[in-house]
Write a protein that binds this ligand. Structure first.
Ligand SMILES: [Zn+2]
Length: 290
């Protein structure tokens, strides 16, 4: 494993040069920041997926797109990911002005390049945001449970399944979002609740794992039977994919649906989520410096 140490202002020099040149994504996980420093960095951010996590006892005067406040009782990270480079540092995203950056030699950062940077950041997001996304998702499940007077289990299927249907199901689903294997499609007509109409239903089942979704395409209005709506009537997926959906649900509320989709898609995990180990501690795919 090859790592590079950066002292004091070298951390800032690196960030200021590399963030504007980033191609894939940028994740900035810092306990503290300041309006001046975070706005300076966000102003040079290229139009790529990015996310900033800051403690909720850090007071900022402005609101920033893609910045989420995290419970200060559980969060004190300083991890920065620019494309495939990971920096683990003592530095906050805050140029403290009492001492010149040149003199802050006691700040140490460790930098390494890895093709597993997506795993590292996804693992961090799952752990750090867990209480938030689980709570947020269960609130929605309870709302659906009460609204439709169905069981919690059915409400969970409804929320998770429809989230998958609207956000991640491509037009022709051919491979499983959990494991990447082939999907078996079984489509058939069913009687409609509107006389003279036929609705359609389709089962999509992975040939390798538990992933399954049943989608009904039905007329829903007596006046306009030609208008049809898709909805989920059955859903099952791995625990890992369920967490992915919950994370997207939470991030959509925090930073917006489009931004969340961009951030999660930049991690390139769809099709292999089932095999991802978010408890992984040992990474061997650390590259030597070019
Ligand atoms: Zn599968």
């Amino acid at each position: 494993m090859a790592v590079e140490l950066m002292y004091g202002e070298e951390f800032w020099n690196y960030l200021e040069v590399e963030i504007p040149r980033a191609k894939k994504h940028v994740f900035l996980l810092s306990a503290y920041t300041s309006d001046r420093d975070v706005s300076q960095i966000l102003n040079t951010m290229p139009a790529i997926p990015h996310l900033v996590l800051i403690r909720d006892d850090c007071h900022l005067n402005s609101r920033y797109q893609n910045l989420i406040f995290i419970d200060h009782k559980i969060y004190h990270a300083k991890v920065y990911i620019i494309d495939d480079t990971v920096i683990i540092s003592s530095q906050n995203l805050n140029k403290v002005t009492r001492v010149s950056l040149k003199d802050k030699v006691g700040e140490i950062s460790v930098k390494f390049n890895t093709n597993e940077s997506s795993n590292i950041i996804y693992q961090a997001l799952l752990l750090i945001l867990r209480q938030e996304y689980e709570h947020c998702f269960m609130q929605e499940v309870c709302k659906i449970e009460e609204h439709h007077e169905i069981s919690e289990q059915e409400a969970w299927k409804h929320v998770a399944g429809n989230l998958y249907l609207t956000e991640f199901k491509e037009n022709n689903i051919s491979s499983c979002p959990c494991c990447g294997h082939q999907i078996n499609v079984n489509a058939y007509d069913i009687a409609s609740c509107i006389e003279g109409e036929e609705d359609e239903e389709a089962n999509y089942a992975c040939l390798n794992c538990e992933f399954f979704i049943k989608v009904s395409n039905h007329a829903y209005c007596y006046d306009r039977p030609w208008e049809r709506r898709e909805s989920v009537t059955g859903f099952r997926c791995s625990q890992e994919f369920s967490l992915f959906l919950q994370l997207h649900f939470y991030l959509s509320i925090q930073i917006g649906r489009h931004q969340s989709l961009q951030v999660l898609r930049s991690l390139n995990m769809l099709g292999s989520i089932k095999y991802f180990d978010f408890n992984k501690r040992h990474y061997s795919g650390v590259n030597l410096w070019n």
